[in-house]
Design a protein around this ligand. Structure first.
Ligand SMILES: Nc1nc2c(ncn2[C@@H]2O[C@H](COP(=O)(O)OP(=O)(O)O)[C@@H](O)[C@H]2O)c(=O)[nH]1
Ligand SMILES: [Mg+2]
Length: 263
């Protein structure tokens, strides 16, 4: 059996990871594939509905806080380390479900996920040859030139840390007006436009810094290729599927077996 395609949904707190995992899981299932949804966030609130493998079965943030008398930040760090110790149990639970695609919702605090060795160990253990990071650009930050550059840097940092291919996503695209959406997508399609936007941004002490950051992004290579999605409106999900599929190298599999809206 072919190895499942594993997609890690990453992004700043509130970027829409959990919502997109749910909407995308539904789309991929309707397209005829088996999907396994994994929650790696020990602090997420709410029920496990729609989650197939939930790390809270092994580690819960509230329990770690109580048991070790830690505040939320200390508990997050401790929980990440505890999850790393359970990663083979998580992996076994994922493998038993034999999904075609594994969608992984990552912890709310991206700095913990990005910079703790434990997270790297977890991703390394769960990832096979067909793995990709999806990084969500939250439009509330990504709609300004400096916010956009900051998110692009964060995306590049994750790619560099985890050594996995990256698909960049503009989440909550319904929250932007049409012209704003076109502007932001233009920044990702044509670096020159982002450069102009950054340099024309209202003069402020950090414009120089943003410009330097932009030059770094420019030399970092391939264009970001932002895929606009909306979990709320269910748009962009097929484009996201295709972007991931291109990374997995299954060009012949670009067309889902049963497109959801085909009948
Ligand atoms: N307008 C809009 N809001 C969204 C969308 N996806 C998520 N949200 C809202 O953004 C907030 C954070 O979403 P969530 O999925 O919990 O983000 P996470 O912290 O990255 O997992 C919630 O209030 C959601 O209702 C979307 O596609 N469009
Ligand atoms: Mg979430």
């Amino acid at each position: 059996m072919e190895e499942p395609g594993t997609i890690y949904f990453t992004g700043t707190a509130g970027a829409g990871k959990t919502s997109l995992v749910r909407a995308f899981a539904e789309w991929v299932r309707t397209a005829g594939y088996d999907v396994t949804v994994v929650n790696l966030d020990p602090g997420t609130e709410g029920e496990s509905d729609g989650i197939d493998v939930d790390v809270r079965e092994w580690v819960r943030l509230a329990d770690v806080e109580d048991e070790y008398g830690l505040g939320p930040n200390g508990a997050q760090v401790a929980a990440a380390d505890m999850i790393a110790l359970k990663v083979f149990d998580v992996k076994q639970a994922v493998q038993e479900l034999k999904g075609d695609y594994v969608l992984v919702d990552t912890p709310g605090q991206i700095e913990l996920f990005a910079f703790r060795e434990a997270s790297k160990a977890i991703v390394d253990a769960l990832s096979g040859d067909r793995s990709v990071l999806a990084f969500l650009f939250d439009p509330s930050l990504g709609r300004t030139p400096s916010g956009f550059v900051s998110l692009a840097m964060l995306s590049a940092t994750l790619e560099f840390r985890f050594r996995l291919p990256m698909v960049n996503v503009l989440s909550k695209s319904d929250a932007l007006a049409a012209e704003q959406l076109q502007e932001v997508l233009g920044w990702s399609d044509e670096p020159g436009r982002l450069y102009d936007a950054v340099t024309q941004d209202a003069p402020s002490p950090d414009v120089q810094l943003s410009t330097e950051l932009f030059r770094a992004i420019e030399t970092m290579g391939p264009l970001l290729g932002l895929v606009p999605t909306s979990a709320k409106e269910g748009t962009g999900l097929e484009a996201l599927y295709q972007a991931c599929q291109r990374v997995f190298g299954g060009a012949e599999d670009l067309e889902p077996s049963h497109a959801p809206t085909s009948e």
